[in-house]
Ligand binder design. Structure first.
Ligand SMILES: Cc1cc2nc3c(=O)[nH]c(=O)nc-3n(C[C@H](O)[C@H](O)[C@H](O)COP(=O)(O)OP(=O)(O)OC[C@H]3O[C@@H](n4cnc5c(N)ncnc54)[C@H](O)[C@@H]3O)c2cc1C
Length: 346
């Protein structure tokens, strides 16, 4: 099926012009056949799930969009004692998967409650929040490889997961058709709480295990207070989530930053900084917008750029560049956008 449409209608930031062509795939066979057909034509293409991590340019995308609408959550064999494995089709809305696992008393995804988008996109940037990452529960993905055209079952350990990154993010092209997750089935208790703000909200020590449903409720409440759960009545949620990743820098560089700048140990001798702190301390406050622009910093969360109503993609990218420049001038740190830019020439 081909549907001409403005991509702003299919993205949470609500910006972006039309796609030259858009195909929707509602079952796995259709998804594979559609992708292979589009690829054989040699044209530009990209996969679209929930559109919650993309910024589409105002001129749209001069190529084919493959929109993934496949559904299904199935129990599969494998795993150890007191674990359950699930195979989730790529188009299954992520938060419905989390809700399903929590309802069944399974642990591993509860802190990832409320993240918008599709399950197939979840491994792309290895979604993470409140002390959990997808990679902690993912065992494999079913992947249609763009180069070979074959459908492969790839174990998670071969996917190079890190903070908001994976082999897919680094350029391995293709489509995630389904994902397999392994969850703990232990009296509906969560994984150890690993994030201070969440522990505080739950009124427990870090490392405590509490009913999975309590974790989900606490995470949803925290996320709502930051405009991080999609809500048509809350303009602060017309965003792509956090617009910048937390920068990772060398230890020596980090030691020269003001003592008040939060930092966390990264891999080897790397240090992760708080992008939100850097932005705020570079003088950019919540609610900030450039003159005449309809894009703004969220009034609830410094890291999100929101569409306050009728913003263009140019409004969004101009504000993003302004923020990057301010932080670079003040601290010498380059902030990298988290969402994927689509349909921009530079
Ligand atoms: C309010 C809000 C809060 C958010 N909070 C978080 C958070 O806490 N943590 C976090 O990590 N992220 C967060 N995000 C970002 C986003 O929700 C996730 O990155 C999500 O996984 C994107 O899913 P999607 O289906 O919307 O992807 P899309 O935006 O449709 O696509 C994103 C990228 O993935 C590719 N892609 C999509 N599906 C597939 C597939 N099946 N196979 C191959 N490639 C694919 C696309 O081509 C594109 O490059 C938030 C976003 C919003 C709007």
């Amino acid at each position: 099926m081909t549907v001409p449409t403005r991509l702003s209608e299919l993205t949470t930031l609500r910006v972006g012009g039309p796609a030259r062509e858009l195909f929707e795939a509602a079952n796995p066979r259709e998804l594979v056949d559609t992708a292979l057909e589009v690829w054989s034509g040699g044209e530009e293409w990209f996969a679209l799930g929930g559109g919650s991590n993309v910024v589409v340019g105002d001129d749209g995308f001069d190529g084919t969009v493959i929109r993934i609408l496949t559904r299904g959550i199935d129990r599969i064999d494998g795993g150890g004692p007191s674990t359950v494995r699930l195979r989730v089709q790529a188009g299954e809305p992520w938060d419905e998967v989390v809700a399903y696992t929590v309802e069944k008393g399974l642990a591993g995804l509860e802190a990832l409650s409320g993240i918008p988008g599709s399950s197939g996109a979840a491994p792309i940037q290895n979604i993470g929040a409140y002390g959990q990452e997808l990679s902690g529960s993912l065992v494999a993905v079913e992947f249609l490889d763009y180069i070979t055209g074959s459908l492969e079952h790839i174990p998670a350990q071969e996917l190079g997961f890190g903070y908001r990154t994976s082999e897919f993010k680094r350029g391995r092209l293709g489509i995630v058709v389904s994902i397999d997750v392994e969850l703990a089935d232990e009296a509906a208790l969560s994984k150890p709480v690993a994030y201070p703000q969440l522990a505080e909200a739950l009124d427990v020590e870090l490392g405590a295990r509490v009913p999975v449903a309590r974790v989900r409720d606490a995470v949803l409440a925290l996320r709502r207070s930051k405009g991080m759960v999609l809500d048509a009545t809350d303009r602060d949620t017309a965003s792509a989530g956090s617009f910048f990743t937390n920068p990772i820098v060398g230890e020596i560089f980090a030691s020269e930053l003001p003592a008040a700048a939060p930092r966390w140990p990264g891999d080897e001798d790397r240090v992760k900084l708080s992008a939100a702190w850097l932005i705020e301390n570079a003088g950019i406050r919540r609610g900030f917008s450039l003159p005449g622009s309809r894009a703004a910093i969220s009034s609830k969360h410094t890291l999100a750029i929101v569409n306050t109503g009728g913003a263009t993609a140019a409004d969004v990218t101009e504000l993003a560049r302004f923020v990057q420049e301010r932080v670079r001038n003040q601290y010498g740190v380059t902030l990298h956008p988290e969402p994927v830019y689509v349909g921009f020439s530079d």
